[in-house]
Design a protein. Structure first.
Length: 582
């Protein structure tokens, strides 16, 4: 199959050949004076005229075809169509106008020449020639005239076609690289940076293509550098411990990091919130956000930092919130609408506040224990000395011995209290080892079953479970403290027990999604009041006036040191949830 370009060349070559052949035949006929053979020459002339007409139609077809093609390109707004139109118009004017002038002048000259030739021929005719032969001879005059006329028309159309073809060729040579340039810029606009132009055009356009290729290489390098910088920035933001949110002007959360997802999931139980409004988190969060936003607007500052507190699951949590206005200086309205908003950074201080409070209490306990122990020892020694010295003398003085025994018993109680203070103030260092949690809990529960037969101990263990790396002694101590609390409540507050059957339930479960082991310890006692829940794991907080309130604080410290967490969850009676990393 021939291409469009090859077809055009073939048609042009055939037209030129036909034009040359017809021109040569006309010249040959006229020169050799074949006009004497009237019938034969008339047929030849008519054939030449028809051949001229066919050639003219071919040229007209080509010209109209190119014109329609140009019109379609213009309507489709193809790049370079206006340039082609202007170039074709210029070539047509400069080629057709001289051709038409030459055509009219040559037509007049040819017409006059033919008339003169026929006049001379008529004068030379022999009187003996028959009138019929003369009429045949005269009949060839018009075909010859039209043959020359069509030849000039054909020549004019040929010049016009050649000019149009040259114009198309030149326009295509210029517009094709420009069209390629436009397509390349469109691809760059769509984000395809790795693109270059083929340098196969003229010298001037070749320099343009070289410059364009250099520009795309520079743009690609800049884009790669910017993309790398963005990746580094996103990596930094993603690994920050603070929760970071980007909220647009409509209150929608467009971007957040992993810490944000963990924070929302931890306190609100929501996993997916991208493109959600702040109101999606609830009225309490929305009201606080509106309050801080208004304060930021009123202050007319770019940043605002505030400490706020929330109550989640009856626990008071403390947060530091940083609000920053995001503004740009772009004149583009779409960019401004997209980028303006708030950068919200939230730092959870709850654990830090709790740790600081515990450290404060530990320091206080250390000082109290020290101050109490100092006078107790000499009091104890002095009392024992009095008993030994006056034992024989005051053998029958019951009051003396009762008093001294009371002193010694109270000293022992105070010493035990001081020991508890010291124990809380400084827990022994961790001795990490791999243990089977189920075995440890089962061992402890078996001892309680013997001591408290009136309580039903229920164990629901997931088996097998992976070994947990933790301090064995501390873990036992934490479980014992929790079980002691449940046993005490069930034994002392029998009237508040939910059912007649007292039970303590211990359940272990593997949380695959969290990669943690869950331990649930629950009872059917009266539970814990809402007032105590918020400070339950703080030192010296207890529901029993007889206790010092250090047990749960010690449990909390042990679990935290092991990389886990403990909290009170909603359930029957009191339910504690322990999460340990696997």
């Amino acid at each position: 199959m021939l291409s469009t370009k090859n077809k055009s060349f073939l048609i042009l070559a055939l037209s030129l050949i036909s034009f040359l052949i017809t021109g040569w035949l006309e010249f040959f006929l006229f020169k050799r004076q074949y006009l004497s053979h009237y019938d034969t020459n008339r047929i030849a002339l008519f054939l030449l005229i028809n051949l001229h007409i066919i050639s003219i139609l071919i040229f007209l077809y080509l010209i109209i075809r190119q014109s329609i093609k140009l019109f379609v390109e213009k309507n489709r707004k193809i790049p370079g169509s206006n340039f082609k139109r202007n170039l074709l118009f210029a070539f047509s004017v400069f080629s057709v106008v001289p051709s038409v002038l030459v055509f009219f002048i040559a037509g007049k000259l040819i017409n006059a020449s033919i008339n003169e030739n026929y006049r001379l021929i008529q004068e030379q005719q022999n009187i003996g020639i028959k009138i019929t032969n003369y009429k045949k001879f005269k009949a060839t005059r018009n075909p010859i005239y039209w043959s020359y006329l069509f030849t000039f028309i054909l020549l004019t159309l040929l010049i016009l076609f050649l000019s149009l073809w040259c114009a198309f060729y030149l326009a295509k040579g210029i517009s094709k690289p420009i069209l390629g340039l436009l397509k390349a810029t469109e691809k760059i606009k769509q984000g395809e940076w790795n693109i270059s132009l083929n340098q196969d055009s003229t010298s001037d356009l070749k320099n343009l293509e070289i410059s364009f290729n250099q520009m795309t290489m520079a743009l690609q390098a800049a884009h790669n550098q910017l993309e790398q910088s963005n990746k580094e920035m996103l990596m930094i933001i993603e690994n920050m411990k603070e929760a970071i949110f980007y909220v647009n002007k409509k209150g929608r959360i467009l971007t957040y990091n992993s810490a944000s997802k963990e924070l929302v999931q931890k306190y609100l139980g929501i996993e997916r919130f991208k493109n959600k409004r702040i109101s999606f988190f609830g009225k309490k969060v929305l009201d606080k956000f509106i309050e801080l936003t208004r304060e930021l607007i009123v202050s007319e500052k770019a940043q605002l930092t505030r400490e706020i507190s929330f109550s989640f699951n009856s626990e008071q949590k403390v947060f530091i919130v940083h609000l920053t206005k995001l503004q740009n200086n772009f004149s583009n309205t779409k960019l401004s609408e997209r980028d303006d908003g708030l950068l919200v950074i939230i730092e959870d201080l709850s654990d830090i506040v709790k740790i600081n409070k515990i450290k404060t209490w530990q320091e206080a306990a250390r000082q109290i224990a020290h101050e109490i122990k100092n006078p107790l020892t000499p009091i104890q020694l002095a009392t024992q000395h009095l008993q030994r010295k006056y034992k024989d003398i005051l053998e029958h003085e019951k009051v003396f011995f009762d008093s001294t025994n009371t002193i010694l018993n109270q000293v022992k109680i105070i010493k035990d209290l001081a020991s508890h203070f010291s124990e809380f103030a400084q827990l022994p260092s961790n001795n990490i080892e791999s243990i089977d949690v189920n075995d440890i809990i089962e061992e402890i529960v078996n001892l309680y079953k013997v001591s408290y037969p009136e309580i039903n101990f229920i164990c629901e263990f997931t088996k097998p479970i992976p070994y947990i790396k933790i301090d064995n002694k501390k873990f036992k101590r934490a479980i014992v403290n929790l079980l002691d609390n449940s046993v005490r409540v069930l034994c002392e507050d029998e009237k508040d027990v939910i059912s007649n059957v007292k039970f303590i339930k211990i359940k272990t479960t593997i949380k695959t999604n969290l990669n943690k082991l869950e331990i649930l310890i629950s009872d059917n006692g009266p539970g814990i009041s809402r007032e105590v829940k918020t400070t339950l794991f703080m030192p010296y907080v207890s529901t029993n006036q007889k206790n010092m309130g250090l047990g749960l604080a010690i449990v909390h410290e042990i679990i935290n040191q092991s990389g886990g967490s403990i909290k009170l969850v909603d359930g029957q009676g009191a339910t504690f949830q322990i999460l340990l990393p696997i």
